[in-house]
Ligand binder design. Sequence first.
Ligand code: NAP
Length: 274
Amino acid sequence: MNNIQLVNKYGIWAVVTGASSGIGRAFASELAANGFNLVLVARRQPELFQLSSELEHTFGVEARVLALDLSDRSANEQLMMECEALDIGLLVAAAGFGTSGRFIDAELVDELDMVDVNCRAVTEQVHYFARRFARNKKGGIVLLSSIVAFQGVPKSSNYAASKAYIQTLAEGLYYELKPYNVDVLAVAPGPVDSGFAERARLSPGKMETPDIVAKQSIAALGKRLTVRPGMLAKLLNFLLTVPRYFRIRIMALVMAGMTKPQLKNGTISERGTK
Ligand SMILES: NC(=O)c1ccc[n+]([C@@H]2O[C@H](COP(=O)([O-])OP(=O)(O)OC[C@H]3O[C@@H](n4cnc5c(N)ncnc54)[C@H](OP(=O)(O)O)[C@@H]3O)[C@@H](O)[C@H]2O)c1
């Protein structure tokens, strides 16, 4: 599908959360290249303003900045107010982060923050935009799942659970919204070179670029339910085509190789690992 067709199919405005970095930033650039005006959401306002002027200058689109902390329970109200008068046709919910290490060592407040950003905020956004899109009989919703979404992952238990929630939500909505001409896509990448690993305290080896993730996801929207962008995600998916019991153990080995050193002697600190 070319630029004009995409904008015609969905509408001229797209909302991209997590646009200040990594995958969200790559989606924003790719959508601007396809002629979409953008509402760019994340906490870091300077990065968003820099991106918006870059996109406006390069592609001649309009890009609005909305600095929000999506772990804040009232943040989405502002997003909805900003979007009320705009012809929004696409939601890319890429804001999210991960944690790593033993769940019992983690600070509960960090784990709940992650559930708020990765799950609660996305649920609110999807509920609002899915209703609007269904009324308009057109729209697209892109949700960031992960290769970790398909089984439990020791030392990333809560993050993997948050992504399993997103994958399952996308799968159900794909069929619920089909009769309304609304496309839903779950994007399930393997490791991607972004700000994610540093925040999650991981040291991955080979990684995919955010650009590949964005390009292949946009190409898959409306054609597939789940996309595993890049060779790495496809390879990992192939290696994980074993019973769930074995997948959990394989992921435990993968995480053991990627998790930064933790506490000695298996002791549980009072403050967790951070
Ligand atoms: N990188 C990977 O290996 C990988 C693999 C599979 C899935 N994913 C998923 O892909 C998505 C994007 O991650 P990424 O790889 O692009 O990581 P990233 O470079 O760290 O980007 C994360 C984005 O989320 C935003 N964000 C984080 N916390 C936020 C909050 N409280 N409120 C508002 N925005 C917030 C960040 O912006 P601010 O810091 O400015 O707020 C940033 O724009 C995530 O959902 C992640 O789970 C990543």
